[in-house]
Design a protein around this ligand. Structure first.
Ligand code: GDP
Length: 288
């Protein structure tokens, strides 16, 4: 069973972006560096196609640096597009953002033609955190759950550089099954919209094939690459408090532990998709 999530209300966001876009010079899309393909919203690309785009791979502290480099290279090769990696530990992210925007829209700048930038991203990608850092004070509310609504706002980064927050919520749009699992694992979609065991099995299967040593180190076992995802979930249950009276395994608890460990970075720096993998899913994956 694939994850199907239709939170609705996207038409309001679409309308609001369409109304605003004429007066925007660069569109920043914040992506989750652990799933740069799946955390993009294809609707955004559709309504902002003609505008220069800055892809920010956020939460890069949690992502595999080798794969982040591959994704940056991939985005930088697209016309009218630049990409950079960021994370919340950076105290002055504005410099990199401002530089990239000026490179994308070189004719803007100065009091007569201030740079006008729209910042977008699906929930939980770290937009409030970044905006707070850019503002230099903790004003906007941040939360760990998908769907906290934020009011539209303009942030003055410099006298001639304005950043506009997206009006409304840009929900993820899940177009292939794999993306749904990756979004669920990352915390981008509501907890009630997916089955933890199903998501954990997909996650463990991917980790088994791509990050076996990280799994083995975290749960203290060997042979991950040759095991099935179910066998690994059993190991997680045995090692991490999922062993019930009579030797029965609490697989629900194990699934929650595995997902939590991934989200918290306890498995190390992991990226759940590469550019060719994501392209392959779009071309041949199970469509939703
Ligand atoms: P928003 O929904 O896009 O506004 O996301 P938030 O700014 O509320 O952040 C969602 C969660 O991700 C919060 O728990 C943040 O502390 C966390 N977070 C944000 N940016 C980063 C980052 O760069 N690295 C890590 N590790 N966590 C981050």
């Amino acid at each position: 069973m694939a994850i199907q999530w239709f939170p609705g209300h996207m038409h309001l966001t679409r309308k609001a972006i369409q109304e605003r876009i004429k007066e925007i010079d660069v569109v920043i899309e914040l992506l989750d560096a652990r799933l740069p393909g799946s955390s993009a919203n294809p609707m955004l690309a559709e309504i902002t196609a003609a505008k220069p785009a800055l892809k920010v791979l956020n939460k890069q502290d949690l992502a595999d640096p080798v794969r982040t480099a591959l994704w940056l290279e991939h985005f930088n090769a697209l016309p009218g597009t630049q990409a950079l990696g960021l994370d919340a530990s950076m105290s002055t992210p504005a410099k990199a953002l401002v530089q990239a925007c000026h490179a994308l829209a070189p004719k803007r700048g100065g009091m007569a033609k201030p740079m006008r930038v729209l910042i977008c991203g699906i929930p939980n990608v770290g937009k409030s955190t970044l905006i707070n850092t850019l503002k230099g004070k903790r004003a906007a509310k941040t939360g760990d759950e998908a769907g906290i609504t934020k009011l539209e706002q303009r942030i003055t980064i410099a006298d001639d550089f304005y950043l506009y927050d997206t009006p409304g919520v840009l929900w993820p749009r899940i177009i292939v099954a794999k993306s749904g699992y990756n979004l669920a694992a990352s915390g981008a979609i509501g907890r009630n919209a997916f089955d933890e065991q199903e998501v954990a099995l997909e996650l463990l299967d991917y980790l088994r094939q791509n990050y076996a040593p990280a799994l083995e180190a975290r749960y203290n076992f060997t042979g991950a690459a040759e095991m099935t995802d179910e066998q690994i979930l059993d190991v997680v249950a045995r090692k991490r408090g999922g062993l019930m009276a009579g030797g029965k395994l609490n697989l629900q608890k194990a699934a929650e532990v595995a997902i939590y460990d991934f989200r918290a970075g306890s498995l190390g720096r992991i990226t759940l998709e590469t550019p060719p993998e994501y392209a392959e899913w779009l071309a041949h994956g199970q469509k939703l």
